[in-house]
Design a binder for this molecule. Structure first.
Ligand code: NI
Length: 179
């Protein structure tokens, strides 16, 4: 397995629209494993293939809620290939989102609470499920990446501007302190 570099804003590749996965070969399995390793190391709870420069409709998620009493976080790796989401009902949920491609910045995004998801797993097997809560939020955030959309696009222009300015400033400070 290998760690992959994560693209960050304003890298134009993050704005590409990803195309469906058609071949379930060893290269795909390796990419999935590398994406999990990269996501766990970051650390993050979701990663789309385009965030590591591969414009394919593939995303990995692990909400790995930490176990109580300071134990090891329990891993629950999920792979979604060529996912399709349909919102169910009118209810929306507000959640403070972050993104490995927009490091250390957070903003509140409102998304449908419940969705119906269809996807293929890493063996190409089809799944269909009703999903809500945190997984639904995360899945919709990752799904956006496949369309070249970032969570900051859901914020007001003012909020987005402030957040990008902060990101540039913090990035500059980080670079200066590494000399
Ligand atoms: Ni993201």
């Amino acid at each position: 397995m290998a760690l992959l570099p994560i693209l960050e804003v304003p890298d134009p590749r993050l704005r590409e629209k990803s195309t469906p996965v058609e071949v379930f070969d060893d290269n795909l399995q390796r990419l999935i494993d590398d994406m999990f390793e990269t996501m766990y190391k970051a650390p993050g709870i979701g990663l789309a293939a385009i965030q590591v420069g591969v414009a394919k409709r593939l995303l990995v998620i692990d909400l790995q809620q930490p176990e109580e009493e300071g134990g090891e976080a329990k891993r629950n790796p999920l792979v979604f290939i060529n996912p399709e989401l349909t919102p169910e009902g009118e209810e929306k949920r507000l959640y403070t989102e972050g993104c490995l491609s927009v490091p250390d910045q957070y903003g509140e995004v409102r998304r449908p609470t419940t969705i119906h998801a269809k996807w293929l797993d890493r063996d190409g097997k089809a799944h269909g499920e009703r999903i809500d809560g945190m997984l639904a939020t995360c899945l919709q955030h990752e799904m956006d990446h496949l369309e070249g959309i970032l969570f900051i696009d859901h914020l007001s222009r003012l909020k987005r501007g402030m957040l990008m300015k902060k990101l540039v400033k913090e990035r500059k400070l980080r670079e200066e302190s590494s000399y």
